[in-house]
Design a protein around this ligand. Structure first.
Ligand code: PHE
Length: 341
Protein backbone atom coordinates (compact mmCIF):
# COMPACT_ATOMS: atom_id res chain seq x y z
CA UNK A 1 0.00 0.00 0.00
CA UNK A 2 2.87 2.30 0.78
CA UNK A 3 4.12 1.54 -2.70
CA UNK A 4 0.75 2.46 -4.23
CA UNK A 5 0.67 5.76 -2.38
CA UNK A 6 4.18 6.58 -3.53
CA UNK A 7 3.30 5.77 -7.16
CA UNK A 8 0.22 7.90 -6.96
CA UNK A 9 2.29 10.77 -5.53
CA UNK A 10 4.79 10.54 -8.37
CA UNK A 11 2.43 10.22 -11.34
CA UNK A 12 -0.11 12.72 -10.00
CA UNK A 13 2.60 15.31 -9.33
CA UNK A 14 3.99 14.94 -12.81
CA UNK A 15 0.64 15.12 -14.57
CA UNK A 16 -0.65 18.04 -12.48
CA UNK A 17 2.50 20.00 -13.20
CA UNK A 18 2.04 19.56 -16.92
CA UNK A 19 -1.69 20.51 -16.97
CA UNK A 20 -2.42 23.31 -19.41
CA UNK A 21 -5.91 24.49 -18.44
CA UNK A 22 -8.06 25.09 -15.40
CA UNK A 23 -10.64 22.61 -16.67
CA UNK A 24 -7.98 19.96 -16.97
CA UNK A 25 -6.85 20.67 -13.39
CA UNK A 26 -10.36 20.20 -12.08
CA UNK A 27 -10.65 16.88 -13.91
CA UNK A 28 -7.37 15.76 -12.35
CA UNK A 29 -8.53 16.78 -8.87
CA UNK A 30 -11.58 14.56 -9.28
CA UNK A 31 -9.52 11.75 -10.73
CA UNK A 32 -7.05 11.67 -7.82
CA UNK A 33 -8.79 13.14 -4.78
CA UNK A 34 -12.50 12.86 -5.60
CA UNK A 35 -14.92 10.59 -3.71
CA UNK A 36 -14.45 7.89 -6.31
CA UNK A 37 -10.88 8.91 -7.02
CA UNK A 38 -7.64 6.94 -6.94
CA UNK A 39 -6.69 7.90 -3.38
CA UNK A 40 -10.04 6.71 -2.05
CA UNK A 41 -9.60 3.46 -3.95
CA UNK A 42 -6.28 2.88 -2.23
CA UNK A 43 -7.66 3.74 1.21
CA UNK A 44 -10.40 1.15 0.80
CA UNK A 45 -7.77 -1.48 1.38
CA UNK A 46 -7.00 -0.11 4.88
CA UNK A 47 -9.12 -2.88 6.40
CA UNK A 48 -6.54 -5.45 5.32
CA UNK A 49 -3.74 -3.74 7.29
CA UNK A 50 -2.54 -4.61 10.74
CA UNK A 51 -3.38 -2.35 13.70
CA UNK A 52 0.16 -0.87 13.75
CA UNK A 53 0.26 -0.18 10.03
CA UNK A 54 -3.08 1.52 9.84
CA UNK A 55 -2.24 4.85 11.55
CA UNK A 56 1.03 5.05 9.62
CA UNK A 57 -0.71 4.59 6.31
CA UNK A 58 -3.45 6.99 7.36
CA UNK A 59 -0.85 9.63 8.06
CA UNK A 60 0.87 8.99 4.75
CA UNK A 61 -2.42 9.24 2.89
CA UNK A 62 -3.23 12.54 4.60
CA UNK A 63 0.15 13.96 3.72
CA UNK A 64 -0.36 12.89 0.12
CA UNK A 65 -3.78 14.49 0.01
CA UNK A 66 -2.61 17.82 1.37
CA UNK A 67 0.49 17.94 -0.84
CA UNK A 68 -1.62 17.25 -3.96
CA UNK A 69 -4.17 19.84 -2.89
CA UNK A 70 -1.43 22.41 -2.44
CA UNK A 71 0.01 21.55 -5.82
CA UNK A 72 -3.39 21.84 -7.50
CA UNK A 73 -3.91 25.23 -5.90
CA UNK A 74 -0.51 26.54 -6.98
CA UNK A 75 -1.02 25.28 -10.51
CA UNK A 76 -4.49 26.85 -10.58
CA UNK A 77 -3.10 30.21 -9.57
CA UNK A 78 -0.39 29.96 -12.21
CA UNK A 79 -2.86 29.11 -14.98
CA UNK A 80 -5.31 31.87 -13.93
CA UNK A 81 -2.53 34.43 -14.06
CA UNK A 82 -1.50 33.30 -17.54
CA UNK A 83 -5.11 33.41 -18.71
CA UNK A 84 -5.53 36.98 -17.42
CA UNK A 85 -2.28 38.02 -19.06
CA UNK A 86 -3.49 36.61 -22.36
CA UNK A 87 -6.90 38.30 -22.09
CA UNK A 88 -5.33 41.66 -21.30
CA UNK A 89 -3.13 41.36 -24.35
CA UNK A 90 -5.96 40.28 -26.64
CA UNK A 91 -8.41 42.88 -25.44
CA UNK A 92 -6.10 45.83 -25.17
CA UNK A 93 -7.69 49.00 -26.61
CA UNK A 94 -6.13 50.86 -29.45
CA UNK A 95 -7.07 54.41 -28.61
CA UNK A 96 -5.88 55.65 -31.98
CA UNK A 97 -8.66 53.84 -33.93
CA UNK A 98 -11.39 56.38 -34.91
CA UNK A 99 -14.58 55.96 -32.86
CA UNK A 100 -18.03 54.97 -34.14
CA UNK A 101 -20.11 58.05 -34.96
CA UNK A 102 -23.29 58.48 -32.92
CA UNK A 103 -26.12 59.41 -35.28
CA UNK A 104 -27.82 62.48 -33.87
CA UNK A 105 -31.52 62.87 -34.61
CA UNK A 106 -33.04 65.71 -36.57
CA UNK A 107 -35.99 67.89 -35.73
CA UNK A 108 -38.98 67.08 -37.90
CA UNK A 109 -39.72 69.89 -40.38
CA UNK A 110 -43.35 69.95 -39.33
CA UNK A 111 -42.32 70.67 -35.76
CA UNK A 112 -40.18 73.56 -36.98
CA UNK A 113 -43.36 75.08 -38.39
CA UNK A 114 -45.30 74.26 -35.20
CA UNK A 115 -42.63 75.87 -33.03
CA UNK A 116 -42.75 79.01 -35.16
CA UNK A 117 -46.54 79.21 -34.74
CA UNK A 118 -46.36 78.52 -31.00
CA UNK A 119 -43.84 81.35 -30.64
CA UNK A 120 -46.16 83.78 -32.41
CA UNK A 121 -49.13 82.92 -30.16
CA UNK A 122 -47.07 82.79 -26.96
CA UNK A 123 -45.91 86.29 -27.89
CA UNK A 124 -49.58 87.36 -27.88
CA UNK A 125 -50.18 85.89 -24.41
CA UNK A 126 -51.73 82.54 -25.38
CA UNK A 127 -51.24 79.43 -23.20
CA UNK A 128 -50.27 76.18 -24.90
CA UNK A 129 -52.71 73.46 -23.84
CA UNK A 130 -51.74 69.78 -23.56
CA UNK A 131 -53.72 67.70 -25.96
CA UNK A 132 -56.10 64.81 -25.40
CA UNK A 133 -56.27 62.33 -28.28
CA UNK A 134 -58.52 59.67 -26.72
CA UNK A 135 -61.74 61.50 -26.03
CA UNK A 136 -65.39 61.16 -25.06
CA UNK A 137 -67.85 61.70 -27.91
CA UNK A 138 -69.34 64.34 -25.65
CA UNK A 139 -66.24 66.52 -25.95
CA UNK A 140 -65.50 65.76 -29.61
CA UNK A 141 -69.12 66.18 -30.74
CA UNK A 142 -72.06 66.65 -28.38
CA UNK A 143 -70.84 69.63 -26.35
CA UNK A 144 -69.63 71.13 -29.65
CA UNK A 145 -73.22 71.39 -30.81
CA UNK A 146 -72.92 68.24 -32.94
CA UNK A 147 -75.65 65.94 -31.54
CA UNK A 148 -76.23 62.22 -32.08
CA UNK A 149 -77.31 61.54 -35.65
CA UNK A 150 -75.23 64.37 -37.11
CA UNK A 151 -73.44 63.16 -40.28
CA UNK A 152 -70.03 64.11 -38.83
CA UNK A 153 -70.51 61.30 -36.27
CA UNK A 154 -70.75 58.49 -38.87
CA UNK A 155 -68.94 55.23 -38.00
CA UNK A 156 -67.48 55.32 -41.50
CA UNK A 157 -65.54 58.52 -40.71
CA UNK A 158 -64.57 58.16 -37.05
CA UNK A 159 -62.43 55.68 -35.12
CA UNK A 160 -64.71 54.74 -32.22
CA UNK A 161 -63.09 52.83 -29.38
CA UNK A 162 -66.26 51.47 -27.78
CA UNK A 163 -69.36 49.73 -29.21
CA UNK A 164 -71.64 52.40 -27.76
CA UNK A 165 -69.55 55.06 -29.57
CA UNK A 166 -69.00 57.00 -26.35
CA UNK A 167 -65.18 57.03 -26.65
CA UNK A 168 -63.18 57.75 -29.79
CA UNK A 169 -59.93 59.00 -31.29
CA UNK A 170 -60.70 62.69 -31.62
CA UNK A 171 -61.49 63.84 -35.15
CA UNK A 172 -60.51 67.44 -34.46
CA UNK A 173 -58.62 69.52 -31.90
CA UNK A 174 -61.88 71.39 -31.16
CA UNK A 175 -62.43 69.05 -28.19
CA UNK A 176 -59.91 71.32 -26.48
CA UNK A 177 -62.38 74.22 -26.65
CA UNK A 178 -64.63 72.55 -24.06
CA UNK A 179 -61.68 71.22 -22.04
CA UNK A 180 -60.19 74.73 -21.87
CA UNK A 181 -63.52 76.23 -20.79
CA UNK A 182 -63.71 73.64 -18.00
CA UNK A 183 -60.10 73.92 -16.87
CA UNK A 184 -59.10 77.54 -17.35
CA UNK A 185 -59.96 80.75 -15.58
CA UNK A 186 -61.59 83.46 -17.71
CA UNK A 187 -60.46 85.24 -19.84
CA UNK A 188 -59.13 82.33 -21.92
CA UNK A 189 -56.47 82.45 -24.62
CA UNK A 190 -55.24 79.01 -25.66
CA UNK A 191 -53.40 77.28 -28.46
CA UNK A 192 -53.84 73.50 -28.59
CA UNK A 193 -51.84 71.61 -31.21
CA UNK A 194 -52.01 67.83 -31.60
CA UNK A 195 -52.92 64.71 -33.53
CA UNK A 196 -56.38 63.98 -34.89
CA UNK A 197 -57.76 60.84 -36.54
CA UNK A 198 -60.17 60.15 -39.38
CA UNK A 199 -60.94 57.07 -41.45
CA UNK A 200 -59.14 58.26 -44.58
CA UNK A 201 -57.08 56.18 -47.01
CA UNK A 202 -53.43 57.20 -47.28
CA UNK A 203 -52.55 59.17 -50.42
CA UNK A 204 -50.54 62.25 -51.36
CA UNK A 205 -52.94 64.56 -49.49
CA UNK A 206 -54.67 62.30 -46.93
CA UNK A 207 -53.66 60.35 -43.86
CA UNK A 208 -55.79 58.67 -41.14
CA UNK A 209 -53.68 60.61 -38.62
CA UNK A 210 -52.75 64.23 -39.04
CA UNK A 211 -52.19 67.35 -36.93
CA UNK A 212 -54.33 70.36 -36.23
CA UNK A 213 -53.78 73.51 -34.22
CA UNK A 214 -56.75 74.88 -32.34
CA UNK A 215 -56.83 78.43 -31.07
CA UNK A 216 -59.48 80.07 -28.92
CA UNK A 217 -60.08 83.37 -27.14
CA UNK A 218 -62.93 84.00 -24.69
CA UNK A 219 -63.39 87.32 -22.96
CA UNK A 220 -65.95 90.09 -22.54
CA UNK A 221 -66.68 91.98 -25.75
CA UNK A 222 -64.71 89.76 -28.16
CA UNK A 223 -65.82 90.27 -31.78
CA UNK A 224 -65.30 88.89 -35.29
CA UNK A 225 -63.04 91.92 -35.82
CA UNK A 226 -60.65 90.55 -33.18
CA UNK A 227 -60.63 87.18 -34.94
CA UNK A 228 -59.80 88.73 -38.31
CA UNK A 229 -57.16 91.09 -36.93
CA UNK A 230 -55.41 88.37 -34.92
CA UNK A 231 -55.38 85.80 -37.74
CA UNK A 232 -54.22 88.45 -40.24
CA UNK A 233 -51.33 89.31 -37.95
CA UNK A 234 -50.35 85.65 -37.59
CA UNK A 235 -50.44 85.11 -41.36
CA UNK A 236 -48.16 88.11 -41.94
CA UNK A 237 -45.62 86.52 -39.61
CA UNK A 238 -45.83 83.06 -41.15
CA UNK A 239 -46.07 83.95 -44.84
CA UNK A 240 -44.44 87.36 -44.84
CA UNK A 241 -45.47 91.01 -44.57
CA UNK A 242 -48.14 92.04 -47.09
CA UNK A 243 -49.75 88.58 -47.51
CA UNK A 244 -53.30 89.13 -48.75
CA UNK A 245 -56.12 87.21 -47.03
CA UNK A 246 -59.84 86.73 -47.49
CA UNK A 247 -62.58 85.31 -45.28
CA UNK A 248 -65.35 83.21 -46.90
CA UNK A 249 -68.59 82.29 -45.14
CA UNK A 250 -68.70 78.63 -44.11
CA UNK A 251 -70.50 76.33 -41.68
CA UNK A 252 -69.27 74.64 -38.53
CA UNK A 253 -71.75 73.41 -35.88
CA UNK A 254 -69.77 74.99 -33.03
CA UNK A 255 -69.20 78.50 -34.43
CA UNK A 256 -71.69 81.13 -35.55
CA UNK A 257 -70.96 82.91 -37.79
CA UNK A 258 -68.34 80.60 -39.31
CA UNK A 259 -65.77 81.23 -42.01
CA UNK A 260 -62.78 79.86 -43.82
CA UNK A 261 -59.65 81.92 -44.28
CA UNK A 262 -57.68 81.88 -47.54
CA UNK A 263 -54.34 83.44 -48.36
CA UNK A 264 -53.55 84.73 -51.80
CA UNK A 265 -51.16 82.25 -53.40
CA UNK A 266 -47.65 83.27 -52.40
CA UNK A 267 -46.26 81.46 -55.44
CA UNK A 268 -48.16 83.20 -58.25
CA UNK A 269 -49.58 86.24 -56.45
CA UNK A 270 -53.15 85.19 -57.24
CA UNK A 271 -52.88 84.55 -60.97
CA UNK A 272 -53.30 80.78 -60.61
CA UNK A 273 -50.58 78.13 -60.63
CA UNK A 274 -50.07 74.45 -59.69
CA UNK A 275 -49.49 75.37 -56.00
CA UNK A 276 -52.97 76.94 -55.68
CA UNK A 277 -54.44 74.51 -58.27
CA UNK A 278 -55.22 77.48 -60.52
CA UNK A 279 -57.42 79.13 -57.88
CA UNK A 280 -55.14 82.01 -56.91
CA UNK A 281 -56.11 81.33 -53.25
CA UNK A 282 -55.11 78.70 -50.70
CA UNK A 283 -57.45 77.76 -47.86
CA UNK A 284 -55.56 77.62 -44.57
CA UNK A 285 -58.07 77.40 -41.72
CA UNK A 286 -61.63 77.24 -40.44
CA UNK A 287 -62.80 79.70 -37.80
CA UNK A 288 -65.73 81.57 -36.32
CA UNK A 289 -67.35 83.04 -33.23
CA UNK A 290 -67.84 80.40 -30.53
CA UNK A 291 -71.52 79.33 -30.62
CA UNK A 292 -73.51 80.48 -27.55
CA UNK A 293 -74.65 76.87 -26.97
CA UNK A 294 -71.00 75.76 -26.86
CA UNK A 295 -70.17 78.47 -24.32
CA UNK A 296 -73.09 77.24 -22.21
CA UNK A 297 -71.88 73.62 -22.52
CA UNK A 298 -68.51 74.79 -21.20
CA UNK A 299 -70.17 76.50 -18.23
CA UNK A 300 -69.76 80.07 -19.54
CA UNK A 301 -72.57 82.63 -19.71
CA UNK A 302 -72.95 83.71 -23.38
CA UNK A 303 -74.73 86.88 -22.31
CA UNK A 304 -71.55 88.07 -20.57
CA UNK A 305 -68.77 86.45 -22.57
CA UNK A 306 -68.05 85.88 -26.25
CA UNK A 307 -65.17 84.27 -28.07
CA UNK A 308 -63.63 83.17 -31.32
CA UNK A 309 -61.89 79.97 -32.36
CA UNK A 310 -59.98 78.59 -35.29
CA UNK A 311 -58.56 75.26 -36.38
CA UNK A 312 -55.86 74.75 -38.97
CA UNK A 313 -54.08 71.76 -40.47
CA UNK A 314 -50.41 71.63 -39.63
CA UNK A 315 -49.28 69.24 -42.41
CA UNK A 316 -50.64 71.45 -45.15
CA UNK A 317 -48.81 74.42 -43.69
CA UNK A 318 -45.51 72.51 -43.53
CA UNK A 319 -45.95 71.12 -47.05
CA UNK A 320 -46.50 74.67 -48.33
CA UNK A 321 -43.64 76.18 -46.40
CA UNK A 322 -41.10 73.55 -47.49
CA UNK A 323 -42.59 72.96 -50.97
CA UNK A 324 -43.13 69.24 -50.30
CA UNK A 325 -45.61 67.69 -52.71
CA UNK A 326 -46.49 64.44 -50.94
CA UNK A 327 -47.92 64.14 -47.42
CA UNK A 328 -46.54 60.60 -47.07
CA UNK A 329 -42.98 61.96 -46.94
CA UNK A 330 -43.88 63.75 -43.71
CA UNK A 331 -44.75 60.50 -41.93
CA UNK A 332 -42.25 58.06 -43.39
CA UNK A 333 -39.46 59.46 -41.21
CA UNK A 334 -36.74 58.69 -43.71
CA UNK A 335 -33.73 60.50 -42.28
CA UNK A 336 -32.39 61.23 -45.80
CA UNK A 337 -35.57 63.23 -46.38
CA UNK A 338 -35.78 64.90 -42.95
CA UNK A 339 -32.15 66.02 -43.02
CA UNK A 340 -32.87 68.38 -45.88
CA UNK A 341 -34.75 70.82 -43.67
N1 PHE B 1 -62.56 71.74 -36.16
C1 PHE B 1 -62.76 72.29 -37.49
C2 PHE B 1 -62.29 71.25 -38.51
O1 PHE B 1 -61.71 70.27 -38.15
C3 PHE B 1 -62.03 73.59 -37.67
C4 PHE B 1 -62.52 74.70 -36.79
C5 PHE B 1 -62.01 74.93 -35.54
C6 PHE B 1 -63.54 75.54 -37.24
C7 PHE B 1 -62.46 75.98 -34.76
C8 PHE B 1 -64.00 76.59 -36.47
C9 PHE B 1 -63.46 76.79 -35.23
O2 PHE B 1 -62.49 71.42 -39.70
Amino acid sequence: MKEQLKNLQETATKIICSASSIDELEALRIQYLGKKGELTAILKQMGKLSAEERPQMGQLANQLRSSLEKLLEEKNEELSKALLEMKLQEESVDVTIPGKKVAIGHKHPMYNVLDQIKDIFIGMGFDILDDQEIEFSDYNFTKLNTPDGHPAREWSDTFYLTEDSSILLRTQTSNMQIRAMEEKELPIRILAPGRVYRKDEVDATHSPMFHQIEGMVIDKGVTMGDLKATLNLVVQQIYGEGTVTRFRPHHFPFTEPSCEMDIQCHKCGGKGCPTCKGEGWIEILGAGMVHPEVLKNGGIDPDVYSGWAFGMGLERLALGEYKINDLRLIFENDVRFLEQF
